[in-house]
Design a protein around this ligand. Structure first.
Ligand code: OAD
Length: 256
């Protein structure tokens, strides 16, 4: 599908000094990872994620929550980064100052090669102790679900942020400071409804940055964005990198 990107957007990105990108589940959709809202097809469709992704849900039924995340891990384990992920790696390499803030927990940005990044909501591949909160990389395999922490015996849980839980202060401070200092903020593949990530484009805008949104639908921030580009991030981002004239090393490398 031809991608129509306004010329003034190209000029803005080409001359940007400090860029912050916020991604959501839409960036991973073309890798076959269901977006957050679609993630409950089939077996789990009868559950509301707000009834699963909370500490209370885990305390009430740890087995159900652990198995839900095992199911989501199974959806992700064969997923590969798509052209949107690689285009963001090329942007990181080309721009003077760049920070990627992702709400995604699938690890695909890291796999594609992004390094100046913050996983605001954690990473589903990591596990931690429910009681003590420390990371756990090994535990005795038994029939018990969820498995137990080898240090304190408490149940293990995925290292992701649940509804009602706080985000790491350091991650949030870094993301907020970067949004306040950037001259261009790019929102990609997020419904922009979950706090505090949804505040970042507003902070950037308030501090004088221009805002670009790339999404397949209008969202809560479309009205305040300087450019709202409708379409798939896997098609728009590689085209954008080429139009700006930045090297497409990561995009081309992935295509081989
Ligand atoms: P959502 O599922 O709420 O929104 C995904 C967005 O991506 C929607 O606006 C879609 O229109 C858009 N989209 C879908 N396919 C796309 C594509 N190919 N290209 C561009 N956009 C596309 O997911 P998030 O906004 O990421 O937290 O949800 C935010 C947070 O809510 C998640 O991180 C999750 C939940 O609390 C955790 O799981 C910890």
């Amino acid at each position: 599908m031809p991608v129509d990107i306004p010329k003034d957007l190209i000029t803005e990105l080409a001359s940007a000094e400090r860029v912050v990108v916020l991604t959501g589940a839409g960036v991973s959709a073309e890798s076959g990872v269901p977006t957050f809202r679609e993630a409950h097809t089939g077996l789990w469709s009868q559950y509301d994620p707000r009834e699963l992704a909370t500490p209370q849900a885990f305390a009430r039924n740890p087995r159900l929550v652990w198995e839900w995340y095992e199911w989501r891990r199974s959806l992700i384990q064969n997923a590969k980064p798509n052209r949107a992920h690689y285009a963001l790696v090329d942007l990181e390499q080309a721009l003077p100052t760049f920070l990627l803030v992702t709400q995604n927990i699938d690890g695909l940005h890291w796999l594609a090669g992004s390094r100046d990044m913050i996983e605001l909501h954690g990473n589903i591949a990591r596990t931690k102790c429910f009681e003590e909160g420390h990371a756990v990389t090994w535990w005795a395999e038994t029939d018990e679900i969820p498995p137990r922490c080898p240090y304190c015996g408490g149940p293990l849980r995925p290292d992701v942020v649940w509804f009602g839980e706080g985000i790491s202060e350091q991650s949030l401070r870094t993301a907020t400071d970067a949004a306040a200092a950037c001259d261009l903020f790019v929102c990609i593949g997020t419904s922009a409804v979950v706090h505090p990530a949804s505040q970042l484009p507003l902070i950037a805008k308030r501090m004088g940055a221009r805002v670009i949104e790339i999404n397949t639908e209008q969202t809560a921030i479309s009205v305040m964005a300087d450019w709202s580009i409708l379409g798939k991030s896997g098609e728009i981002l590689p085209h954008l990198v080429r139009e700006v004239g930045f090297p497409t090393t990561a995009i081309d490398g992935a295509a081989q």
